[in-house]
Ligand binder design. Structure first.
Ligand code: AMP
Ligand code: AMP
Length: 337
């Protein structure tokens, strides 16, 4: 593939597109945003987007792939790629794609994901294979659920059985409900420097679970309120420095294990979604193998990115920096699929 001037950075207009394209522009790339008609007014507002390609719905993405290929575009996947295009469409994409598609199967299957985490020696919440085994509060999650939709909470076996009758997911996992602070660690692994960075950390704000504490429990009684976990936004957070060493080590083990499990392993941005208990123990509830929306807080850099770079670096910009470095070293193929 050609040099920096020829390669363009492209993504779908959604999720973290603004951050990705701003970062690409700041690193000197031309940018392309693929958008549905309703979002054209939004993405037209910003000068760092050089070209807008219209599609009538996200599922029409394959129809404009050849245009992207002719533009020498590198596509940066984000949360909407799997959520709106689906796993198979991602795997079949012909246009250059930043990241390793081999991780997609390991990520989308919650049991495979668990094997990966366990092999990496990162703590995961207890899993209940059968309802009869439930002996504590649990959360039931369907596969591929995004943004906390399609989950339910049960405080014991009896409640599980009552709620399960109205749960229609084909594939799901029953997990111990870990009480603690949810914390999302945004990593970046560079296959070029072979180093792992923590670029930022966020905490999600979820409705209604994060607002239940505003009504004292005696007033909640009789209201029949069920906790739900639908994400509405994110807040920044820095971790107690004493917990940071473990955060790095967990990330490094996850990368190393991925290299043993799938050819090439994971590279680029990923996120460990953790809950920290009062004993200051991490519990990893999920891995997201791409840029996560919580990084949108840090378009202008973060308290962690500042330790590596003398300029404001978001995850979006970090991706562009990696592509630039790969072009310089003639290793672009190594970081694309
Ligand atoms: P949207 O761009 O809001 O349509 O979201 C695209 C996908 O990303 C959906 O699957 C959302 O559930 C997920 N998503 C969007 N924003 C967030 C967020 N702040 N945290 C976690 N997931 C998100
Ligand atoms: P996820 O889609 O796995 O990121 O989960 C969405 C939200 O559900 C999280 O941000 C948590 O608030 C909640 N959640 C998921 N798994 C657990 C768990 N094992 N224990 C407690 N809360 C959880």
């Amino acid at each position: 593939m050609a040099g920096l001037n020829a390669v363009k950075i492209a993504t779908l207009g959604s999720h973290s597109a603004l951050q990705i394209l701003k970062g690409a522009h700041d690193e000197g790339f031309k940018t392309i945003c693929v958008v549905t008609p309703d979002r054209i007014p939004l993405y037209s507002r910003f000068n760092f987007i050089d070209k807008i390609i219209k599609i009538s719905s996200f599922s029409d993405f394959p129809k404009i792939e050849n245009t992207l290929i002719s533009q020498k575009a590198v596509v940066i996947p984000h949360g909407s790629f799997v959520a709106y295009l689906g796993l198979e469409a991602n795997k079949k994409m012909k246009v250059s794609y930043f990241g390793n598609k081999k991780v997609l199967d390991w990520e989308s299957d919650r049991l495979k994901q668990r094997i990966w985490m366990e092999k990496a020696g990162v703590p995961v919440p207890k899993r209940f294979k059968k309802a009869s085994e439930i002996d504590r509060p649990v959360i039931v999650k369907s596969y591929g659920a995004a943004g906390g939709h399609g989950y339910f909470f049960a405080k014991n076996k009896k409640e599980f059985q009552a709620r399960f009758k109205n749960f229609h997911a084909k594939e799901y996992i029953i997990q111990e409900y870990v009480i603690g602070v949810p914390l999302y660690i945004h990593y970046f692994y560079s296959p070029i420097s072979k180093k792992l960075e923590i670029l930022s950390i966020d905490k999600r704000y979820e409705t209604n679970v994060d607002s239940l504490g505003r009504i004292p429990s005696q007033n909640q009684q009789g209201l029949g309120i069920e906790p739900s976990f639908v994400v509405v936004g994110n807040s920044p957070l820095t971790l107690r420095e004493s917990l940071l060493a473990e955060a790095f080590e967990m990330g490094e083990r996850v990368v190393k294990t991925s290299q043993a499990l799938m050819p090439g392993g994971i590279w680029g941005p990923f996120c460990l979604e953790t809950i920290i208990t009062p004993e200051q123990k991490f519990s990893i509830i999920e891995i997201s193998c791409r840029i996560v929306a919580g990084t949108n807080l840090f378009v202008d850099g973060s308290p962690y990115a500042a330790f590596y770079f003398d300029k404001p670096v978001s995850t979006g910009r970090r991706i562009a920096m990696e592509i630039k470095e790969a072009i310089k070293r003639k290793q672009l193929k190594k970081i694309l699929n």
